[in-house]
Ligand binder design. Structure first.
Ligand code: KIV
Length: 265
């Protein structure tokens, strides 16, 4: 089946009032190709270091790694809008952020980058946008702050917290982001954020009142066994399917029923 036309920044922004956006992570060409038919946007998330590389959190992801995986995803999904996550420590100030974002654009065909942070990152985001970088924001629970915050803490639980989140969303919208990931936020708060801004708000653990959803692919395919956050729905039991397939392979090797005539030259 042919893939739908690749979305542009403008069509992503316009989707806010027209339809809900489907966003999924991918880290390689193999899976990116499989996702292309249904995904509006593929995010090369720094979650790759947890779901693919067995690390405890995302903080060890490097820019080289992100660029390598973004290239693989773009090769697999040539017709899909791809966002590259800027890893921890690569956007601490305007100069560093711009230098590293330019590296992503020069060394991969990524359509945009993603940066974690709210109001405190607004000036930095404005500078990136001014220099021709398309930026997706990310507020609420910020995985890159997990060590500083002492865990993955759900946000938007108090009126003060909700007010701060809305201020964050408005500040980075004003700075120029074209869409915004809102993670780990009470559903009522996420809906208020989505209502407060004109750009699409993509939720993850943020309830059903936003403008689209993103999940980490290895979670939603049931491949990641280490833990399952409450917000994850497993659309298939990938780990069982994979284990059963490999067990069948082993059994057939051991009892000489593989390869058969049709697999033999
Ligand atoms: O790294 C990632 O996969 C992300 C999503 C959780 C939004 O940032």
């Amino acid at each position: 089946m042919s893939s739908p036309k690749k979305l542009s920044i403008n069509s992503i922004k316009k989707a806010k009032n027209e339809r809900l956006l489907t966003v999924i992570t991918a880290y390689d060409a193999l899976f990116a190709t499989l996702f292309e038919e249904s995904a509006d946007i593929i995010l090369v998330g720094d979650s790759l270091n947890m779901s693919f590389n067995g690390k405890a959190d995302t903080l060890s992801a490097t820019l080289d790694q992100m660029i390598y995986h973004t290239n693989a995803v773009c090769r697999g999904a040539k017709n899909t809008f791809v966002i590259c996550d800027m890893p921890f420590g690569t956007y601490n100030n305007d100069e560093e952020a711009l230098k590293n974002a330019i590296r992503v654009y020069q060394e991969s065909p990524a359509d945009a980058i993603k940066i974690e942070g709210g109001k405190e990152k607004a000036a930095l985001v404005r500078n990136l946008c001014k220099h021709g970088i398309a930026v997706c924001g990310h507020i609420g629970l910020l995985p890159q702050s997990v060590r500083a915050e002492g865990g993955y803490l759900v946000k938007g639980k108090t009126p003060h917290d909700i007010e701060k989140l809305i201020e964050d969303a408005e500040a980075i919208e004003d700075a120029g982001v074209f869409c915004l990931v809102v993670e780990g936020v009470k559903a009522e708060a996420a809906k208020l954020i989505a209502d407060a801004v004109k750009i699409p708000v993509i939720g993850i653990g943020a309830g059903n009142g936003v403008d689209g959803q993103v999940l980490v692919f290895s979670d939603m395919l049931g491949l990641f066994e280490a833990f399952t956050p409450k917000f994850v729905k497993k659309y298939m039991d990938g780990s069982t399917l994979v284990k059963e397939a490999v067990k069948s392979f082993k059994n057939e090797i051991e009892n000489r029923t593989f390869p058969q005539q049709e697999h033999t030259y």
